[in-house]
Design a protein around this ligand. Sequence first.
Ligand code: PEP
Length: 253
Amino acid sequence: MRTYFIAGNWKMNLSPKAGAELATAIKEKNTSSKVEIVVCPPALTIASVVASLKGSSIGVGVQNMYTESSGAFTGEVSAEMVQEAGAGYVILGHSERREYFGETDAFINKKTKKALAVGLTPIPCVGEVLAQRKEGKHIEVVSNQVKALIDGISKEEISKVVIAYEPVWAIGTGETASPEQAQEMHAVIRGILTDAYGSDTAEQVRILYGGSMKPENADELLAKKDVDGGLIGGASLKADSFLAIVNAAEKLS
Ligand code: PEP
């Protein structure tokens, strides 16, 4: 059985001080023991959040990193730096990075390999935009993203990857994919993993849903067979709403 995975994407919110306060509140109020919980603050907030979460099992991730270890790449951070700062996870290829920073499938694949090489858990994101869904191309679009994402990633490595399916039309909009829409796409993604790695390996990979997941809809989304957790944006910025989603996963565990 796959362990539920609930990750908060704080996006460009919460300074080192405010982030430490939220992390402390999450740590103090958390009662779950069966869910893998991760918070992903902005890079400058990592140090204070790592310090606040010391002694807890809650993990810390970043929202992006570069493919190289060091060098003349102004403004970037490397996987090695992320790891030394105490973070163990990295969100990659979020739709906002694809849209505003021109990230491509090939670049996200390269970053995923780098994260794996250094020992970070990559959380690469895939998802279609509204026009693609309206045209009935969502399965094709996401399938192509997943195939590009896993290119050259070994059977041993893939089980360490946590894939997030985030329909772009549901991110930050208040509109959520129905549990059936989420399950349909998660099954497609697991099918691609099965074709590439066999079913034993594919069954180990966690596939998260992201897109306006909140306490009100978490239970029914998480109850779906291939939905192994959530990547949470807005609802991760308050301890109570984030932990309500964690608790929904805990009940299903
Ligand atoms: C996200 O940013 O990954 C996300 C899912 O955001 P929200 O929950 O706010 O839709």
